[in-house]
Design a protein. Structure first.
Length: 466
């Protein structure tokens, strides 16, 4: 028995032989760990209770293979997501499945705090001594002298020493079971399978957090054939990462408070109250709206989106703001989704906006076609000279956002000009609600408040044709 899917859609569309093999490189350890995890789930009879968390990394497509509940987490955040699942549903069996770059680097704070907390989850940590998915860079577990794409001469003392995560986790008070295993021969594979099953069984019994580190081969980045990669793990990794049980405690089972999902009860528990009913006026006070604000980094789309969401909340609406942007502080693509609703927002994503603010031509080209019939597009007419034709029924307003901001002597306020234009064009919220939020945001910057209020009013007049 196994908890693996019958066909693996990730590889070859699930057809033929590829439908029964993983997409991992030949000799990769992930396939074995997947198998042992699936077999342990089946033996323990917990398939319908199991939730597997896979973050960014080679294991990100775990959900194509394990026929259990699955959640994908942001890079390094799998333990935090796992805790959310466990506390919301204490009867679930939650597995945080992570690689070394994910867990020991960007996710180091998350795993340390989760382990110290000790709530029963099972963490499987696959250590192949390299960032595998993103080009083979130096990882926290890379060995001394090991060459990677970012340590071409080998890891030296200036790059620090490898992190021994099993030993580090074992020192914390929260975990009850910590072991390091390997996959390079049959004996070690059997031991790895037993360790994975024990980690799950301890969670089923409610004993506490378990952490299993698996030394795994990465033939691709080692540039070795699978048998040679196994020998490399045995001869090179074991002296740095010795195998064995690092911690094994007999602990009393946890007891969890009953999860509470009723909003009123949650608000009472934290000493808060539900916002007042929406005040009269404003388009969103009577209906839900989805907005998208898009431009380049530095255009102020995120700030404008946050102001709209805050103003809506102050009006008693439910509102969400989901930012999306690249690493650049200036110049890279940046867009935000905002939802406003008199009811609870159940999906913050806005694939088909009721209104779009486009600060540049690429943003208009990317999102303009998605605006719903009867929707509105406010574009910066200062930089978008020849806007493309949009769907019938979509209203387009070319407002010189940048030009007005330059006339005011401060190009950075073009996002506030855009807010004024958006308010005049859609009536999404009362103007005073947006201005009140703007005043609150600039309470400590009184010298620029008048400027921003004028920018908002200028945007309103431009959109109204005045």
């Amino acid at each position: 028995m196994s908890a693996l899917h019958e066909r693996f859609e990730r590889h070859g569309g699930g057809a033929g032989l590829k439908g029964r093999t993983t997409h991992y490189c030949a000799g990769c350890g992930h396939g074995l760990v997947h198998r042992y995890l699936a077999e342990a789930i089946a033996r323990l009879g917990i398939q319908d209770r199991t939730v597997a968390i896979s973050p960014v990394g080679c294991s990100v497509f775990l959900y194509y293979y394990l026929d259990v509940g699955n959640t994908q987490a942001a890079h390094g955040r799998a333990p935090a997501v796992a805790l959310g699942h466990k506390l919301a549903n204490p009867e679930s069996v939650v597995v945080s499945y992570q690689g070394d770059g994910d867990l020991a680097s960007i996710g180091l704070a998350e795993i340390l705090q989760a382990a110290q907390l000790g709530i029963p989850i099972s963490v499987l940590f696959v250590n192949n001594a390299v960032y595998g998915m993103t080009g083979g860079q130096l990882a926290p577990t890379t060995l001394p002298g090991q060459r990677t794409s970012t340590s071409p001469r080998g890891r030296d003392r200036t790059m620090g020493q490898p992190l021994r995560m099993a030993e580090l986790i074992a020192q914390l008070e929260g975990p009850v079971y910590v072991e390091r295993v390997a996959l390079f021969d049959a004996k070690r594979r059997r031991r790895a399978a037993r360790a994975i099953e024990k980690a799950l069984r301890l969670q089923v019994e409610g004993r506490g957090l378990s952490f299993v580190e698996v030394l795994a081969e990465c033939p691709t980045h080692l540039r070795l054939a699978p048998p040679e990669a196994e020998r490399w793990v045995r001869e090179r990794m074991l002296p740095v990462f010795p195998l064995g049980v690092k911690k094994d405690l007999a602990a009393a089972p946890w007891t969890f408070p009953e999860p509470v999902f009723e909003p009123e009860a949650v608000l009472r528990a934290v000493g808060a109250e539900r916002p007042a009913a929406p005040r009269a006026g404003g388009g969103a006070a009577g209906k839900a709206m989805g907005l998208k604000l898009a431009g380049a980094g530095g255009d102020g789309a995120q700030t404008a989106a946050a102001l709209v969401a805050r103003a809506a909340i102050a009006q008693g609406l439910d509102a969400t703001h989901v930012p999306s942007y690249g690493p650049e502080s200036r110049g890279g693509a940046s867009f935000a989704d905002v939802r406003l609703s008199p009811e609870a927002v159940t999906c913050p994503d806005v694939p088909a906006p009721d209104a779009l603010v486009a600060f540049n031509a690429p943003s208009l080209a990317r999102f303009g076609a998605a605006v719903v019939p009867g929707g509105t597009v406010v574009l910066d007419g200062s930089v978008i000279r020849e806007p493309p034709a949009l769907a019938p029924g979509v209203r387009t307003l070319a407002v010189p956002l940048s030009g007005i901001a330059i006339e005011l002597g401060h190009p950075v306020v073009k996002n506030v000009v855009a807010l004024g234009a958006l308010q005049a064009a859609t009536g999404l919220l009362p103007a005073e609600a947006l201005l009140d939020t703007l005043r609150e945001a600039l309470a400590r910057k009184g010298s620029v408040l008048a400027l921003n209020e004028e920018a908002f009013r200028r945007g309103q007049r431009a959109a109204a044709g005045g």
